[in-house]
Design a protein around this ligand. Structure first.
Ligand SMILES: [Zn+2]
Ligand SMILES: [Zn+2]
Ligand SMILES: [Zn+2]
Length: 361
């Protein structure tokens, strides 16, 4: 499949790499992009005929280092003057646009809608080379709080069903900017991977009246085979059934469905999470530079949809987490066999290696 003409992309901040993994990320979608729903899997796909491609230009002058050419939405700490640690700006080539209505409509048995939503760049730091694994915990805390504030703010929009952030780092992961950045996307639908998790969480809860993530945590902490590190109220672990080698999850140890509520209210927690995130990324970087990171949090419950039952128990059966999927070049075939994930390193082995990795601070 060529990348220059038609392109379709399953809209999941994480599974997109499993669909096609172009070494040159392309975000120059024209206004002709639209969302179409696969009637079988119920996954939304962004598709359209692209006009021109603009490859990643990591050597271009950095627009995030200066105030020129960026449209600032919010910053943290929220103090007057130029001082800031993290800030959110409008994405220069947004995949989703805030204006208009989704205009969801039928097309025979199919469904389609406009790419209404929001797409922001979360600038993690004012310094061009202070990546999350080099920044101090205070700075990372500011980034986490800003992310939480942006999610809460966008969730107030009745059109928006889901908001989250992700980070692609390294040229094999589709990194877009050289400045330390993550990206925030707000959509009028729940992306498929999160939808699968929500449905599974609800089913488990119906049977057991417990959160599946809490049960996983209980067993993992007891067995201690796949636990990378515990930091206060947070834990980093390798999942039992990893999709890629060294896949790592970071979760709150106590039940909590929504990152944005925790992230905002408890500064002590935020610092623990910042430290765990920084140290976990250092460990992963002892294996590979390139990784995808995504936050999975509960969808907007301010404007619940009538036909989606999972909103009723969502605070009990969903549990927010951060997923990190390293891109290990030598194991690239794992990405091509996407019908069944193939990970040639077990989490037990990966976790032993990550635990022993040399990290500073
Ligand atoms: Zn910069
Ligand atoms: Zn839970
Ligand atoms: Zn998840």
């Amino acid at each position: 499949m060529g990348f220059s003409m038609s392109r379709s992309r399953i809209v999941d901040q994480f599974d997109q790499f499993a669909v096609d993994a172009p070494s040159v990320p392309v975000f120059s979608f024209s206004v002709h992009m639209e969302l179409r729903k696969d009637p079988i899997t119920r996954s939304w796909v962004m598709t359209g005929d692209e006009s021109a491609e603009v490859g990643v230009r990591l050597d271009a002058p950095c627009s995030f280092c200066s105030d020129a050419h960026v449209q600032v939405i919010a910053k943290s700490p929220n103090i007057p003057g130029p001082g800031w640690s993290a800030r959110s700006v409008v994405h220069p080539k947004p995949l989703y646009h805030i204006e208009g209505e989704p205009g969801r409509r039928g097309d025979g048995i199919y469904d389609r809608m406009h790419t209404v939503g929001a797409h922001e760049v979360l600038v993690e730091n004012a310094s061009h080379d202070r990546h999350l694994w080099k920044a101090n915990d205070e700075e990372i805390g500011h980034f986490l709080r800003l992310s939480a504030e942006r999610i809460l703010d966008l969730k107030r929009d009745p059109r928006i069903k889901y908001v989250s952030f992700f980070k692609d780092y390294g040229k094999n992961a589709g990194q877009e900017f050289s400045h330390p950045t993550s990206q925030l996307i707000a959509t009028t639908f729940v992306p498929r991977r999160v939808l699968y998790e929500l449905r599974a969480g609800r089913e488990y809860f119906i049977g057991k009246e417990r959160c599946v993530f809490c049960d996983i945590l209980q067993q993992e902490e007891r067995q201690a085979q796949r636990v990378i590190e515990v930091r206060g109220d947070y834990i980093a672990l390798g999942p039992y059934a990893p999709r890629v080698p060294y896949e790592t999850w970071i979760l709150p140890r106590n039940h909590d469905s929504s990152f944005e509520r925790t992230g905002l209210n408890k500064p002590g927690l935020r610092i623990n999470l910042a430290a765990l995130l920084r140290r976990t990324l250092q460990r992963i970087r002892s294996v590979t530079e390139d990784f995808h990171l995504v936050l999975h949090t509960s969808p907007s419950s301010l404007h619940p949809s009538k036909n989606l039952g999972y909103w009723k128990t969502i605070d009990d059966d969903y549990h927010w987490h951060i997923e990190i999927l390293p891109v290990v070049p030598a194991k690239a075939k794992s990405y091509t066999f996407k019908e069944v994930y193939y990970s040639p390193v077990t989490s037990e082995t990966a976790v032993r290696q990550l635990r022993d990795a040399k990290i500073d601070g």
